[in-house]
Design a protein around this ligand. Structure first.
Ligand SMILES: Cc1cc2nc3c(=O)[nH]c(=O)nc-3n(C[C@H](O)[C@H](O)[C@H](O)COP(=O)(O)OP(=O)(O)OC[C@H]3O[C@@H](n4cnc5c(N)ncnc54)[C@H](O)[C@@H]3O)c2cc1C
Length: 307
């Protein structure tokens, strides 16, 4: 959006539109404030109350006079953001995947499996925690957090819940219930790969216990959380979002870091020497992520598991 609005010729190469990547679609107030446009048309619920539980203590209800988070459906949010970028002049190209990346001192070229070829002065790789661009450039895989999610139609839910975080239902993480109007999104999060397995069976157990029904459309995915040596730049490629480890580790909020780093990458491309200015611009957020990472380690290390 930013690059197209500034008048650059922008090609967005992405997978075909589908249900959307696994994501609970919770957009916090701070993430909301970063968007260049209102996402109101795709907001399903505005959240003013949060239930937090752990078996060792009573459920706490936290509330706020104004919404601190809004619930969206990820496929709807992505389609809406795409429309906004297209209105600024960005052109979307769908591909089943990438075949080749080549770069020189002032250019980068991407070839897709369909045989299409794109040349540009810069490539922003915002292709998620399993970044194919990073793999193709020989960058190391970054093992981060893991989460699994599914949906329960509202008519099957025994008791329609508020936004809920249940700590201790899985080692090193939490379970969530996100109300979305016609369904509830349910999921399990683990702060570090390997601490526990947020698997389908564990999700269904949690879902039956909390909502009295089984989850549908279950899917899991890694999250690109902070690591000391995250890849940010490789030649004419700037990494952003989960591909650059921009997700915070305590709750796994990644949309904020994705939007922020995308905007900073765009700003860098519009200025002088993006390879220097981008890591500099992202340093403040990376420092925050590092602090949250220490907090996560401490928090989940001390948290008793209740099952
Ligand atoms: C189960 C789950 C629930 C979550 N819930 C929340 C939440 O409620 N709130 C929140 O803030 N964060 C949440 N997160 C984290 C959040 O989803 C991510 O941090 C965020 O989406 C990262 O954005 P991104 O643009 O960097 O990458 P992604 O959202 O992963 O987007 C990557 C894009 O690249 C495309 N792509 C990938 N490979 C290729 C390829 N080879 N060729 C072409 N295109 C490709 C993909 O199709 C996709 O469109 C959740 C994560 C998970 C796994």
């Amino acid at each position: 959006w930013d690059l197209a609005a500034a008048g650059l010729k922008v090609a967005v190469i992405s997978r075909p539109r589908s249900r959307g990547k696994p994501c609970a679609g919770g957009v916090t107030e701070k993430a909301l404030a970063r968007y260049r446009f209102s996402i109101a048309p795709v907001v399903r619920e505005a959240v003013t109350s949060l239930a937090v539980s752990h078996s060792s203590s009573p459920v706490r209800h936290l509330s706020s006079a104004t919404p601190f988070c809004v619930m969206t459906e990820r496929a709807e949010l992505d389609a809406f953001c795409r429309e906004q970028a297209e209105q600024q002049g960005a052109v979307f190209h769908e591909t089943a995947g990438l075949r080749l990346i080549e770069q020189g001192s002032s250019w980068v070229r991407v070839k897709t499996r369909e045989g299409d070829s794109f040349s540009a002065s810069w490539l922003i790789a915002a292709d998620g925690a399993n970044s194919a661009v990073a793999r193709m450039l020989g960058e190391r895989h970054l093992p981060g957090a893991m989460a699994i999610e599914g949906c329960v139609p509202r008519e099957k839910v025994s008791d329609y819940p508020p936004m809920t975080l249940d700590f201790g239902v899985i080692r090193g993480g939490y379970g969530w219930l996100f109300p979305k109007g016609d369904h509830v999104n349910v999921g399990l999060y683990v702060w570090r790969h390997g601490v526990a397995a947020p698997e389908r069976a564990a999700l269904q157990r949690y879902c039956r216990a909390r909502l009295g029904a089984e989850a549908e459309h279950v899917a899991g995915y890694p999250l690109g959380t902070w690591l000391p040596k995250a890849r940010l730049v490789n030649g004419r490629v700037l990494f952003a979002g989960d591909a650059a480890g921009c997700t915070e580790v305590l709750l796994g909020e990644g949309i904020y870091g994705a939007v922020l780093s995308g905007q900073l990458a765009a700003q860098a491309v519009l200025g002088e020497r993006p390879e220097v200015s981008y890591p500099r611009a992202l340093a403040g957020w990376r420092e925050e992520l590092q602090h949250v990472s220490r907090l996560g380690q401490l928090f989940y290390g001390l948290l008793p598991v209740s099952t």
